[in-house]
Design a protein around this ligand. Structure first.
Ligand code: PMP
Length: 467
């Protein structure tokens, strides 16, 4: 359907109704949805997004940590059109490939640290994490170590929504009602400095997490543990930045006990923290597998990748006499158009120096947002560069939370939206993760709107007797 001036309103209204009648939304909130339906967003331009009434918003979340080069990039759109005309898709099973799949794999090998040089493609983060775990299990089976199956994950970690990726996700409220395959998984404590026990310093807290991890490894038996999966900074769990040294020490334990490390960089890669890949450059750690998605294609086409080490690849690519196949793969693995999008995305990011921009402007963003800690309900502003969050509390001294039914994060989200800013509510937390095109003007406006929205919400809460 082509929208024209004459039909735009009725067609968009029809879209709204069709959505209400037929779409099952990810993380649908049915209490609200049956009443209100959805907002129909129709176009984007850099870090702005427009709804069906042509209202303009600052996109403070890059779609969902995705649109790193910004909306409506014409160079990207033209490239996607060209590639679609040439070859949108052919499978990459067994003996077929495309220039874009081959060249994107080589590019990712050059960007990832250490010997990570082989890439398995999929269409998103969950699929890439599922693939990582399958590869790890296959690897240990091929090595004659079939007992090595258990997975260390963490409370509040987010790894996706397919059956296994959801089980890896340590946000227990999302598990309700699903029979997730959790038998293989052990959840370690979240490295959440703000919520550490009162009496502990950050250093003591870090040591206690590492002690807990080693204790668990010994309790389970290292010979039964295959891997540890972790986001360098937790995203959907609430932008949780681990204490300094935590990742290095956790990786050291894994090395000591022959446990492979999967870095879930679905959010942290492609510029959000000022580097194309954050593990080595920002955190000085060397994983065995890095999982990429979202910013890999800036969300222009779904794309995910599992990048594995030379050591793992050598083992899984060994021919087997009983069956020569590595029997894992998806129709859309190595999708020509998606990989061309990924390549173009990286070309644009490198040429325009998005990482440099984030490294320059990111500290200003955090500094300005930190000023909101002066407000009585802002317990903590945390995060790094373009991955930031505010956590709200009822009492700053005791860190007492608001009752869940107050929905403080959601209220502030609505208040900010009314003022032209989209943020993400996660319980008592609001996340900010904008496109990397965000400049000082956008940052100043964001902080100003956040302040007004928090003050308005405080005023409402006080009238209702909650403050
Ligand atoms: N890992 C992380 C760290 C994520 O944030 C997400 C999605 N928010 C995923 C995995 C899952 O990715 P997808 O939704 O593309 O399957």
């Amino acid at each position: 359907m082509i929208f024209t001036k004459n039909n735009i309103s009725s067609d968009l209204e029809r879209a709204w109704q069709n959505d209400k009648d037929h779409v099952i939304h990810p993380y649908a909130n049915y209490e609200r949805f049956h009443e209100d339906g959805s907002v129909v967003y129709t176009k984007g331009d850099r870090h702005f997004i427009y709804d069906d009434k042509d209202r303009k918003y600052l996109d403070g979340i890059a779609g969902l940590w995705c649109v790193n080069i910004g909306h409506g990039n014409v160079e990207m759109a033209a490239h996607i059109g060209e590639q679609a005309k040439n070859l949108a898709y052919f499978n990459t099973f067994e003996d077929a490939t495309s220039p874009s799949a081959a060249n994107l794999a080589a590019k990712l090998a050059s960007l990832c640290p250490g010997s990570l040089n082989h890439v398995f493609f999929g269409t998103g983060g969950s699929m890439a994490n599922d693939s990582a775990i399958k590869i790890v299990h296959y690897y240990f089976n091929m090595l004659g170590m079939p007992k090595k199956k258990k997975i260390l994950s963490r409370n509040l970690g987010y790894h996706g929504s397919t059956y296994l990726a959801h089980a890896l996700t340590g946000i227990s409220s999302t598990h309700i009602g699903f029979d997730l395959p959790k038998d293989m998984i052990t959840y370690l404590s979240a490295p959440y400095p703000y919520r550490r026990p009162d009496e502990m310093t950050i250093q003591e807290f870090c040591d206690s997490l590492i002690e807990e991890m080693e204790h668990k490894i010994l309790e389970l038996g290292p010979e039964t543990i295959a891997c540890f999966i972790a986001e360098p900074i937790m995203g959907a769990g609430g932008v949780i930045v681990p204490p300094d040294g935590y990742l290095i020490k956790a990786y050291e334990l894994c090395k000591k006990y022959n446990i492979l490390v999967i870095a879930d960089e679905v959010v942290t890669a492609f510029g959000r923290l000022g580097h194309l890949v954050a593990s080595k450059e920002k955190f000085d750690v060397q994983p065995d597998i890095i999982v990429l998605a979202k910013g890999l294609s800036s969300g222009y086409i779904p794309l995910g990748a599992t990048v594995i080490s030379e050591t793992i690849h050598k083992v899984i690519s060994r021919p087997k006499p009983e069956n020569p196949y590595f029997s894992h793969g998806f129709t859309y693995s190595g999708h020509a158009l998606a990989c061309a999008t990924g390549l173009k995305n990286i070309e644009i990011m490198e040429r325009e120096d998005f990482c440099g921009h984030v490294r320059t402007v990111g500290p200003y963003f955090k500094k300005q947002l930190k000023t909101l800690e002066d407000l009585p309900v802002v317990g903590e502003v945390r995060g790094s560069h373009f991955m930031l969050a505010l956590e709200y509390v009822k009492d700053k001294r005791t860190k007492e939370s608001f009752p869940a039914e107050i929905n403080i994060g959601k209220r502030i989200y609505h208040s900010a939206k009314k003022r032209g800013l989209i943020i993400r509510p996660i319980g008592p937390i609001n996340v900010l993760s904008p496109p990397l095109t965000y400049d000082k003007d956008a940052i100043d406006e964001t902080v100003d709107i956040m302040k007004k929205s928090i003050l308005e919400t405080m005023n409402d809460l006080s009238k209702e007797g909650h403050l």
